[in-house]
Design a protein around this ligand. Structure first.
Ligand code: UD1
Length: 382
């Protein structure tokens, strides 16, 4: 069997690592080896957004890099399709495996399907019901085309069934990203926070005792938060004027957020704030370590909502909806949707600040999902 897996952007890397390791384990004990080709579309290209993840998560170098880079959504998707079609015509795999909801996921599933190659979507069935999110469009199209839909939770199965997907094409396998978290949890716990600061800080400040007491971790990158000046200015003012009076902030700044902070004249204000540590995009283990030590997380990331849940760190999710409802408080998780309304963020911040939380493990978030994904592919019959 020949499988091509596709990665494009940062959140894909922690999902592909355990899948590749599962293939390697299979090949070590079976004669009918799986031939695996890893394709990187190149949507995320900075070392800090891509290369460090390959190294630290033991992902082999991509066999093929399409070098797509930045651009509008149509440019990213269109250029990926053109380049990926050539790869498929040369390799003609049995399966194309796509992950998550980034532009590479959409582009490569469409390209494969048009060449009548079977598509497996890992992390299928998630729905935010928000068509303003590019990721929702990517999820919908990919799931509509996929032959094998592997879901992280049962609510995702229900979504697919409601959309008319046949039960034989769906399998509930659990959350593959948690495989990576469990594999690296111990190693991350040994990292010293002062080393993370020294190696990743953006400004020249000599931090002596930073992040030794309570701190919040901040990550933001969604256009709905960082591209709107009014929203982003209000958020940054809230962080600097209110959150820092109660705890320090560690902010790992995404390239899109950095660009907008500079455009809106917020950058110098942040850099000079003594209670805020601005960091470059962090390597996987460093982010995990900060997440473990944080009092709370303020984020608009999809993956961090899930990681917070199993680490026991409460999460204020700066969105109005989520495609990952199992992480929400009302479903037993630790995340609260606060959107970008400052009154709401302030209120939930106080609640979370005064509440003790414990880790929560949704069903099959057990570190063994990759094995189940590979078995589902091997068992699949049209
Ligand atoms: C993408 C994903 C999103 C994911 C996020 C995590 C899509 C539609 N979105 O959004 O689901 O949560 O990644 O990081 O696929 N840039 C760099 N260096 C890089 C990568 C990007 O400077 O290595 C810059 C780009 O030039 C661009 C901006 O960052 O201006 C945003 O990158 P883009 O690939 O458009 O999407 P993300 O916002 O990262």
């Amino acid at each position: 069997m020949k499988i091509i897996s596709v990665v494009g952007a940062r959140p894909n890397f922690m999902k592909i690592a355990p899948f590749i390791h599962a293939i390697n384990r299979y090949n070590a004990i079976n004669e009918d080896r799986i031939e695996h080709i890893l394709v990187h579309t190149g949507q995320h290209y900075d070392d800090r957004m891509s290369k460090t993840f390959f190294e630290s998560l033991n992902i082999p170098d991509a066999d093929i890099n399409l070098g797509i880079g930045s651009g509008t959504h149509a440019e990213q998707v269109g250029n990926t399709m053109i380049a990926f079609e050539q790869v498929l015509l040369e390799e003609m795999p049995d399966w194309v495996v796509v992950l998550g909801d980034v532009n590479a996921t959409l582009a490569c599933s469409v390209t494969a399907k048009k060449l009548k190659i079977k598509v497996c979507h890992i992390e299928a069935g998630l729905r935010s019901m928000d068509m303003d999110m590019p990721e929702e469009i990517n999820r919908l199209v990919t799931d509509r085309l996929s032959d094998l839909l592997l879901t992280p939770d049962k609510m995702a199965v229900d979504n697919l069934v409601k959309e008319g997907v046949q039960a034989k094409n769906i399998e509930f396998v659990g959350n593959i990203m948690i495989d990576t978290l469990e594999e690296h949890r111990e190693q991350a716990s040994k990292i010293k926070i002062e080393d993370i600061i020294r190696e990743n800080k953006i400004n020249d400040t000599e931090y002596q005792d930073a992040l030794k007491k309570e701190f919040a971790v901040v990550t933001l990158h969604r256009p709905s938060n960082v591209d709107n000046e009014k929203v982003f200015v209000a958020l940054v003012n809230f962080l600097l004027n209110e959150v820092t009076t109660q705890m320090e902030i560690a902010w790992a700044v995404h390239p899109r957020a950095e660009k907008q902070l500079k455009a809106f004249g917020l950058w110098n204000k942040l850099i000079s704030n003594k209670r805020t540590v601005l960091l470059h995009p962090l390597a996987y283990h460093d982010m995990l370590r900060l997440n473990m030590g944080a009092k709370l997380m303020l984020t608009d990331s999809g993956g961090l909502q899930e990681e917070c849940t199993v680490l026991g760190t409460p999460c204020l999710t700066m969105r109005w909806n989520t495609e990952r409802p199992v992480t929400l408080k009302e479903h037993g998780g630790l995340s609260v949707l606060v959107g970008n309304n400052i009154d709401r963020i302030r209120k939930e911040f106080e609640v979370v600040y005064n509440t003790q939380t414990q880790p929560v493990f949704p069903e099959l978030w057990d570190g063994k999902t990759a094995e189940r994904c590979l078995n589902a592919i091997l068992r699949f019959e049209m």
